[in-house]
Design a binder for this molecule. Structure first.
Ligand code: PEP
Ligand code: MN
Length: 273
């Protein structure tokens, strides 16, 4: 028995293009998703959203529910965070993606977000995947940090099999013996997924590298290997960030990276959008 039948290219040779409020992910362009790891305040969210929008990002990221390794760490602003994200969407004309942690919160997150994300820790939470499969919102599925590519595609099959075909895969790094990086961005996963599946795959150079200096090199590698886009953490004041400050780009670093990506994109015939 094959573990996945519908997300495979064998059953569907053409690329799936996920459309979200006028943004197309998987159409051959490189979609830029950026914003803070967590929503901390209106000021922080709006300053970041404005900066990334002006620099060319088309989708906003920001979380209201944070899966933290420690129970004592900041867990997110919950519904208030989703409300702020919805206000930022209107103010800056960009759809947003936010994480959901449990099946019981899917309805709440879906009532605000344009794309609902499953984080690395929840990739194998099959009841959460099925609940999202019954939602009409696009789903972003991160690779589990100990998952093989086939485990990840099988998790996507859980969503697809419930009727939701709008799935974006995210390579966000896997656990290896290496300690210099938070996780190892598996750059080969991009062409492997593109060969095995019709679903779009993007990279997360922030959560994989875990350090600001690695974000640009990993993002550029993602573009060159054919990723459908990237998702990057940006914060106006990373040293004060409540979550993941070490990997957040300042708005000015993000502007520099966007310029570098434009140069690479024109050399490879890809459009950055
Ligand atoms: C995130 O994108 O904020 C996040 C928590 O990522 P991951 O699930 O990949 O750790
Ligand atoms: Mn984070």
């Amino acid at each position: 028995m094959e573990a996945y039948k519908q997300v495979t290219r064998k059953s569907h040779p053409h690329d799936t293009v996920v459309q979200v409020r006028g943004v197309s992910i998987g159409d051959g362009s490189f979609t830029v998703i950026a914003g803070p790891c967590a929503v901390e305040s209106r000021e922080q969210l709006f300053a970041t959203a404005q900066a990334v929008r002006e620099a060319g990002a088309t989708v906003l990221r920001g979380d209201a529910f944070k899966p933290r390794t420690s129970p004592y760490a900041f867990q997110g602003l919950k519904e208030e965070g989703l409300q702020l994200l919805a206000e930022a969407r209107e103010a800056f004309d960009m759809p947003f993606v936010a994480e959901v942690l449990e099946p019981g919160d899917v309805e709440l997150v879906a009532s605000y977000a344009d794309i609902i994300r499953v984080g690395t820790r929840n990739m194998s939470n099959y009841s959460l995947l099925q609940e999202l499969g019954r939602s009409d919102k696009a789903v972003m599925l991160k690779r589990g940090f100990t998952a093989t590519i086939d485990d990840w595609l099988t998790a996507a099959e859980y969503v697809y099999n419930e009727g939701n075909n709008n799935i974006i895969l995210v390579e966000r790094g896997i656990r290896t013996f290496e300690t210099a990086t938070r996780n190892t961005l598996d750059i080969s996963a991009v062409p492997v997924v593109k060969q095995r599946s019709h679903l779009p795959v993007i990279v997360d150079p922030s959560h994989s590298g875990g350090h600001k200096y690695l974000v640009g090199p990993l993002a550029k590698a993602g573009l060159v290997v054919g990723a459908a886009g990237m998702m990057v953490d940006v914060h106006p004041n990373p040293s004060e960030a409540k979550v993941d400050g070490a990997q957040a780009l300042l708005p000015e670093d993000f502007i520099t990276l966007m310029g570098e990506l434009q140069t690479l994109a024109s050399a490879t015939g890809v459009e950055v959008s």
